[in-house]
Design a protein around this ligand. Structure first.
Ligand code: SF4
Length: 209
């Protein structure tokens, strides 16, 4: 994609107000705050981090993964903040670009349903150079993996070898969300740190320099 049309796409996304002005499920389900889309679209990065949706801290700073989840993700990747926020190294495109707000229990709501149908195909098409997609959590896994996704997130991540080493392009590696909420999951599934992360770090070393 030419630089000017990529810039135009970035501006279109930055100006998006769909979830505020014309939400899919009616005005009573509109975004409870002003939209602030957070995504890093790159024509050079070879790795795409496909996450879920920004949390409040990211919404306030405008910087993706600028929170404890981001610290854990950088530790998984073994990269520092400088490398992580270098758009020539990593593209960062969540399933919903705006912080969706909280549910009644105070947990982040799922990514807005409006976002992926509106933007994702165009954004992915603008980045044909991507070689590896890190599909973080069930929403990114559903969109990027389709029928290759297993019955649940654990089974999908457990099948990481078959998924990563299939012949698809770009390659896909499913990951759990790096949130503290998944600390118990990580402890219960030691193969994740011992095997999957070892391979992930090798790939990152190869693709990000
Ligand atoms: S979440 Fe996506 S579709 Fe909704 S307002 Fe933000 S950018 Fe637009």
């Amino acid at each position: 994609m030419a630089a000017d049309s990529l810039e135009a796409l970035r501006h279109e996304i930055a100006a998006c107000r769909i979830c505020r002005d014309t939400p899919l499920r009616g005005i009573e389900h509109r975004l409870p705050h002003e939209p602030r889309p957070v995504a890093v679209i790159s024509t050079k990065a070879r790795v795409l981090i496909a996450g879920q949706a920004p949390g409040l801290k990211v919404h306030e700073s405008g910087l993706p993964f600028n929170d404890a989840s981001g610290d854990r993700l950088r530790e998984w990747l073994q990269v520092d903040r400088e490398a992580f926020y270098d758009r020539d190294r990593f593209a960062i495109v969540p399933m919903g670009f705006c912080f969706p707000g909280y549910d009644i229990r105070g947990s982040d709501l799922p990514p807005r349903r409006e976002c992926a149908p509106q933007w994702r195909q165009r954004v992915i098409a603008a980045m044909p150079q991507i070689e590896l997609v890190l599909a973080i959590g069930q929403y990114a896994q559903a969109w990027h993996m389709g029928a290759e996704r297993r019955d649940n997130m654990t089974e999908t991540v457990r099948a990481w070898r078959a998924i990563l080493f299939s012949n698809r392009s770009p390659a896909i590696l499913p990951l759990p969300h790096p949130s503290w909420r998944n600390t118990g999951w990580i402890k219960r599934n030691p193969w994740f740190e011992q095997e999957l992360l070892t391979t992930l770090r090798e790939r990152i070393k190869m693709l990000v320099n």
